[in-house]
Design a protein around this ligand. Structure first.
Ligand code: 13P
Ligand code: SF4
Length: 322
């Protein structure tokens, strides 16, 4: 598609003066994608010129994992963070998976090691470990099953056990515990973006914007979730906006998410006290282009680790029970 047609998708959000910087990169990326039989998976936190103009498939972590498992492309470029690229590689090991910047990490993934999970299992013998996909392959390899913010409660309940260990996001664990009857043993990981929102922020927003609908990601604290109208994954928030069309809405999550949704709904008012994810923002058109041109940076996982980690991710997608 020509760059002029691409601009139609983002004209509500990207000023015309900025477009000449993006247009040539977008054209080159889309040409190279076809030449190399590559697919770009774009997380909802990508900036609008990536999300709307070069990503072939967009969504939350769960949707990207499902798409990675299904794709017939030879090359997968992950416009997201490293754990998402690793998950794609686990699910489709014969494909070349590229992450445009190796610094695209995640504070949750950094918060726990495989040794930490082994220590938890030793402390709570026989208690299944439910691991958020925002983790390294090594941590997934020590786990029984993975979950995302979009399916955490369903995964916990599907196990039909009285207690689970849930790592690493403490807030996701506490928020999930409120939705299930299972006892949840949390870890102490936090997301640098979502832990910064407070219940006081929500009250202040409602005071300054009457009629505001507040949507929050489950990585926010339980206090924030209690003050919100809806909690769900990034895809859940997009679907809420599409379905309910709230005239004034705030998305308590990463900044680009509101931009991407706002591009599609110019008639809605988006209030934006957002927080940036410094890791997601490492992905730019320039390094996506470099990934396609030079094949950098390829995700490689130790085969022994990958074999065990894959089981946890595939169980999540298959609806496994112990
Ligand atoms: P989602 O799975 O909801 O897209 O969340 C991923 C993430 O990293 C949120 O901070
Ligand atoms: Fe990790 Fe938070 Fe960034 Fe998501 S927003 S990638 S959880 S640091």
């Amino acid at each position: 598609m020509h760059a002029v047609a691409e601009y139609e998708k983002v004209k509500n959000i990207i000023p015309p003066i900025e477009w000449p910087v993006f247009a040539p990169l977008i054209e080159r990326i889309n040409t190279l994608k076809a030449e190399k039989n590559a697919v770009i998976l774009g997380h909802n936190y990508m900036t609008p010129e990536i999300f709307h103009c070069v990503a072939d498939i967009t969504g939350d972590s769960l949707a990207l994992a499902r798409s990675a498992a299904r794709t017939t492309a030879d090359v997968i470029v992950m416009a997201g963070v490293h754990f998402m690229a690793e998950t794609a590689k686990l699910l489709n090991p014969s494909k070349t998976v590229l992450i445009p910047d190796t610094g695209a990490g995640c504070t949750l993934a950094e918060s726990i090691t495989a040794a930490d999970v082994r220590a938890l299992k030793a402390r709570y013998p026989g208690v299944p470990v439910v691991t958020y996909v925002n983790t390294s392959a090594e941590v997934k390899a020590e786990s029984d099953i993975c979950c995302t913010s979009g399916n955490a409660a369903e995964i916990v309940e599907s196990l039909r056990v009285p207690r689970v260990i849930m790592v690493p996001d403490e807030y996701l664990a506490l928020n999930t515990a409120r939705r299930v009857r299972t006892e949840i043993i949390p870890w102490r990981g936090r997301c640098v973006v979502h832990e910064r929102f407070t219940a006081e922020d929500v009250r202040a927003l409602r005071a300054t914007t009457p009629g505001l609908t507040v949507l929050a990601h489950p990585e926010c604290s339980p206090d924030v979730i209690a003050e919100s109208d809806y909690a769900g994954s990034t895809a859940g928030m997009s679907e809420f906006v599409a379905r309910e069309r709230p005239p004034k809405v705030v998305l308590l999550t990463e900044c680009s998410m509101s931009d991407n949704v706002a591009a599609e709904y110019p008639d809605l008012e988006f209030v934006r006290p957002c927080n940036l994810c410094p890791f997601m923002k490492k992905i730019e058109l320039s390094n996506i282009l470099a990934a396609l041109e030079h094949g950098c940076h390829e995700v490689v996982i130790d085969p022994a680790i990958a074999a065990r980690a894959r089981v946890s991710v595939e169980r999540m997608l298959a609806g496994w029970r112990p």
